[in-house]
Design a protein around this ligand. Structure first.
Ligand SMILES: Cc1cc2nc3c(=O)[nH]c(=O)nc-3n(C[C@H](O)[C@H](O)[C@H](O)COP(=O)(O)OP(=O)(O)OC[C@H]3O[C@@H](n4cnc5c(N)ncnc54)[C@H](O)[C@@H]3O)c2cc1C
Length: 317
């Protein structure tokens, strides 16, 4: 089963009577109508046009965009770099809010408060260079701080949750809240944010890191390992499936053992370097990718009786 549709609001048709031009402004926020292709905001390079697209640079703009979507009863999704999303060829019949809230504060040694649009890989390199451990794993993750908390991104035995001190959010009612680590639940690639009905967006995350002499060296090793084992030059969304812990095998090992490396549907290919990375080799459609995902799931289930679950998020139109 693919994850449940990301839908925080009912699908009510948007009233476009006032939209004689292709886009419109509400104070300090610019909505682009019908022109933005989601393939341009996803690392997979897949996805058709969204009804509305808006980029937000600070918390006020985010709040304004969310309020506007609410007033219009318009579905919306807040995204970062689109490095974990599979958008549909039909696009998205709502508003995509691209989070570009990029700031960084050093509160005290080891405490970093980052805007949720800050690149997690940049923060990881910076903190390891400054001699702090906790985010070394994120050196090669092409996403944002907010999504890293939302997804509880992780690698090499570390995960975002271990480094989180607090998370600032706005709710769909427009309320701002600070949630402490003890208020939050994190599991493998899951956070309590994924189950929150009234979450509009994470706006900032404060990390608490520990002094370490080996952080930089460990990070370099992790980055080297990524280069050797992952097809970093290709268009992907990282690991397609979660690892099934009960089996003792990774999803990549199971897919490889099922003989699927190099398997292709249209422009979508299972990487021959890392079997859990599915590549857009050029012109792949969401249908190609979904079919390839289904094919891998079926093969692994038939051969090993293991039901793989997606880590990537499919965003239905
Ligand atoms: C080459 C490559 C390597 C990767 N390696 C790893 C890895 O080692 N470990 C790992 O865990 N992942 C990895 N990934 C997957 C991906 O980068 C991470 O899941 C990352 O955290 C997603 O960040 P993003 O900003 O691109 O999120 P998006 O794909 O834009 O969004 C992902 C989800 O988060 C939600 N979201 C985004 N921002 C916010 C916000 N501010 N508030 C609330 N919700 C939000 C979105 O609505 C969506 O549901 C890799 C991907 C690639 C392409």
């Amino acid at each position: 089963m693919l994850p449940a549709p990301v839908s925080r609001f009912p699908r009510i048709p948007i009233d476009c009577r006032s939209s004689s031009s292709s886009s419109f402004n509400i104070p300090r926020v610019h909505f682009i109508r019908g022109e933005k292709l989601l393939r341009d905001v996803s690392t997979w390079g897949i996805g058709g046009p969204c009804k509305y697209f808006v980029q937000v640079l600070d918390q006020h703009q985010l709040l304004t965009a969310v309020r506007h979507c609410n007033e219009q009863s318009m579905r919306y999704i807040v995204i970062g770099k689109g490095s974990n999303c599979l958008f549909d060829d039909l696009g998205f019949d709502g508003c995509i809010i691209q989070n570009n809230i990029v700031f960084l504060e050093r509160i005290q040694p080891g405490f970093y408060r980052a805007g949720s649009g800050y690149p997690i890989n940049r923060l990881a390199l910076l903190t390891a260079n400054e001699g702090f451990m906790g985010l070394e794993f994120a050196g090669g993750i092409p996403g944002t701080v907010g999504a890293a908390a939302y997804m509880n991104a992780g690698a090499n035995g570390q995960e975002t949750a271990d480094a989180v001190e607090s998370v600032e959010i706005i709710t769909s009612e427009g309320q701002r809240m600070i949630l402490r680590r003890s208020d939050l639940d994190f599991r493998y690639r899951w956070s309590s944010f994924q189950g929150m009905n009234n979450l509009a967006a994470i706006t900032a995350v404060t990390f608490q890191l520990k002094l370490s002499k080996s952080a930089k060296k460990n990070q370099q090793e992790y980055l080297e390992r990524r280069k050797c084992t992952q097809p970093l030059g290709d268009r992907s969304a990282g690991s397609v499936f979660r690892n099934p812990p009960e089996t003792g095998f990774s999803a990549a090992q199971l897919i490889e053992r099922a003989g699927l490396k190099g398997c292709r549907v249209g422009g979508a290919i299972i990487s021959s370097k890392h079997a859990n990375f599915f590549i857009n080799s050029g012109g792949a459609t969401s249908c190609d990718m979904l079919e390839l995902i289904g094919l891998a799931k079926d093969a692994v289930y038939r051969q090993f009786d293991v039901k793989l679950k997606e880590e990537i998020l499919y965003i239905p139109p």
